[in-house]
Design a protein around this ligand. Sequence first.
Ligand code: SAH
Ligand code: SF4
Ligand code: F3S
Length: 479
Amino acid sequence: MYNDNPTLESLAKTIDESKQGSVYDRGHPESAEEGDRRRFYIESYGCQMNFSDSEIVASILHEVGYVPTREMEAADLILINTCSIREKAEETVRKRLQVFDRVKQQRPGTLVGVLGCMAERLKGKLLEEEKLVDLVVGPDAYRDLPKLVHTAQDGEEAINVFLSREETYADISPLRLDSNGVTAFISIMRGCDNMCSFCVVPFTRGRERSRNAFSIAAEAADLYQRGYREVTLLGQNVDSYKWEHPDTGELVSFAKLLEMVAQVHPDLRVRFSTSHPKDITDEVLYTMAAYENICKYIHLPVQSGNSRILERMNRTYDREWYMDKVRRIYEIMPDCAISSDIIAGFCSETEEEHRDTLRMVEWANYSMSYMFYYSERPGTLAARKYEDDVPLEVKKRRLQEIIRLQNQVSYRHNQKDIGKTFKVLIEGDSKRSDQAFRGRNSQNKMIVFPKAGGLKPGMYVQVRVTDATSATLMGQLTT
Ligand code: SAH
Ligand code: SF4
Ligand code: F3S
């Protein structure tokens, strides 16, 4: 539809033609040429943005002749796209580096590269401290990867952690790595200009910038043509998306962008993540309500249900303001599901303040939440200003209380769906049985139902819910 971007089109075609069912290397070369190919192996951690970035990295490497492999032992280049959000995330990466090092010992010449947020946070330290690493590449420097690989091959320091104010990789068509062929992510913006006091993202991802709206719509249209039926627009704070057309000066807001993508095709579902409560506008909500294919689901992280803690977190809203937002969403879209992110045990949080969070989970009726205990990150506002004074056992106990309550709320939320019929997009086989399909409804709930002849992933079906747990709905096809 908005195909004014020839680069996207032609690159997508080259990749499609070469993929023969899978973008991955077969592992058993069938020709001398295949045997000579250089291979890369990539692991991704952290948020969806990172998984999406890995597909951009894959595309950049593919362009210079590398093919992806699922076997790290077969790779010339091992990459790990890392996350710094909590201490645990970084520990996981350090353990993986040890594993990669063993592969390197057995296969001298293999290069190991650290990408993403940890590369950005630790910079040259990764090369100095961890002799295990050959390349360090920050989230805005992926175009430089081919050059950095050469530098590392020459035995020189290969590092680029430059944060850009412009880079959006708009012209790069991602190489879909572990795709189900039905759902895909589209990165619409990068960076974050908010300064939530607990969060490392503004330091690892740099300033906020929005990607060319037409390249986003073109990517969605291309995915639709290739059989995909759902796209998720990604950004740390999608509601502050804003792009100005360089020629006409026309401003595209997030609401407008949503509309552009929704208009690509009525059978292409549109989702988005993440919304910051302070920025989600009525215009966005009305656009969601106006298009059947924009999914009725909003991830609206509250972080804490207490106003004093929210102020310390620098979230710029308080409990009442957040509750007004939730009311507004349910008012405009009564069937919308809302989910959340929650942090337990932030600096100086009292028991009573923690109970405000519990009350919020109950009141907002979240369909699900991602829940964490606070992990202090070096360099953040909170690390500099506040003492991390809630003891670990208390943090963990509070987290358990939140998880237990959220499970009950999710269970109740799902039980209410029994007897209802939903339009479901089939994503693939159920994890438990190849006799059943799984897919999601507009509210982002996973539904499992017995297969029937003629159906395949990428098709829409009507499913009546017959049973539910706190995590999944079970149902039957209706005609
Ligand atoms: N941009 C998104 C969130 C990105 S990080 C947003 O603003 O909603 C994903 C989640 O990790 C956050 O919502 C928060 O709940 C959690 N998180 C971030 N920093 C954390 C920290 N230092 N300790 C524990 N959880 C953290
Ligand atoms: Fe972090 Fe806040 Fe930005 Fe989300 S909005 S990425 S929590 S600083
Ligand atoms: Fe982690 Fe970076 Fe995402 S810190 S959560 S990978 S933006």
